[in-house]
Design a protein around this ligand. Structure first.
Ligand code: XBP
Length: 283
């Protein structure tokens, strides 16, 4: 007679094998996930843009953290300007100033990247390599402008950076920014995958919500601005892809980082079924 333990072991390995087959792409958020671009890139660039145009505004690290509730750099700027006495009252002038500042901010941001001042976060390069070695397709799923994404990834991955990704969906293609699920839906469409055939990596509540509304399981890696993003319903959450301690569910304590194997393991042991019916997602 087969033992219960043997049966359970067999079931576990069958489930893991099935999950290996359904997990078909890893979708990367950019800002805060690949690098600490908000604190060390966009914030610095905004302040330099204000200075360059002779404006008295300077955003503190804390104020910028509050402004991150607004998705999109230009939208963030318009929101802040709407609360400032010194900002133009006329809506058209306000828009024009926001456009000028945002363009300049992006140029300055690209300069910061090209001086090597925005390293990838710990564990990111290694996980990118894991996926390349395993021929697992990857996608970029971000509400940032394509130019900023290109600057960052070209610096780190070289001029053929796009070859590493099966799809790159930015604000240019998905104007409805996170937490709207549009950017995830477009990526799934491009990859011809059902939501639970992908796994997303995000750092912020808006990104988590966007992925979840599209039905994509999410791993949350806490970042400077979102050190305790309430990761309800996440596949796993923890402090950094560059370490194995502090993750929920726990990661392999013998590992020094979060590997592709670890993500496959989390998928295999997820309490929610990994093959979702379309009815499982938001219409
Ligand atoms: C991050 C953002 C972006 C950047 C600024 O999006 O909210 O708006 O702060 O980029 P994600 P732009 O987490 O999806 O990568 O100035 O290009 O809008």
């Amino acid at each position: 007679m087969r033992s219960a333990a043997g049966r359970a072991r067999r079931e576990r390995s069958q489930r893991a094998a099935a999950d290996r087959r359904v997990f078909k792409a890893l979708l990367w958020d950019v800002d805060g996930t690949l690098a600490e671009t908000e604190r060390d890139g966009h914030l610095v660039a905004f302040n330099r843009a204000f200075e360059a145009l002779g404006m008295p505004w300077r955003w503190s690290e804390q104020h910028y953290g509050e402004l991150l509730a607004v998705a999109g750099g230009r939208e963030r700027l318009v929101c802040d300007m709407s609360r400032r006495e010194e900002a133009p009252r006329d809506a058209r002038q306000c828009e024009a100033l926001a456009n000028t500042l945002h363009r300049l901010k992006n140029q300055i941001y690209a300069g910061i990247v090209r001086r090597g001042e925005l390293p990838l976060r710990a564990g990111v390069a290694e996980l990118l390599s894991d996926c390349c070695r395993a021929h697992l397709p990857m996608g970029i799923v971000t509400t940032t402008s394509r130019g900023n994404v290109a600057a960052l990834l070209e610096w780190h991955l070289g001029s053929h950076w796009e070859h590493h990704f099966a799809t790159v969906v930015c604000a240019d293609e998905a104007p409805r920014k996170k937490p709207d699920p549009q950017v995830y839906r477009l990526a799934l469409e491009a990859l011809r995958l059902r939501p639970h055939q992908a796994v997303a990596i995000e750092d912020a509540p808006a990104g988590l919500e966007a992925a979840q509304r599209a039905g994509v399981p999410v791993i949350v890696t806490h970042s400077h601005y979102f050190p305790a993003c309430a990761a309800v319903g996440a596949l796993a959450f923890g402090p950094s892809l560059g370490r194995s301690d502090g993750w929920r569910p726990g990661a392999d304590p013998r590992a020094t980082r979060i590997s592709l194997e670890q993500i496959i393991h989390w998928c295999a042991h997820s309490p929610t079924p990994l093959i979702s019916s379309p009815a499982g997602c938001e219409p």
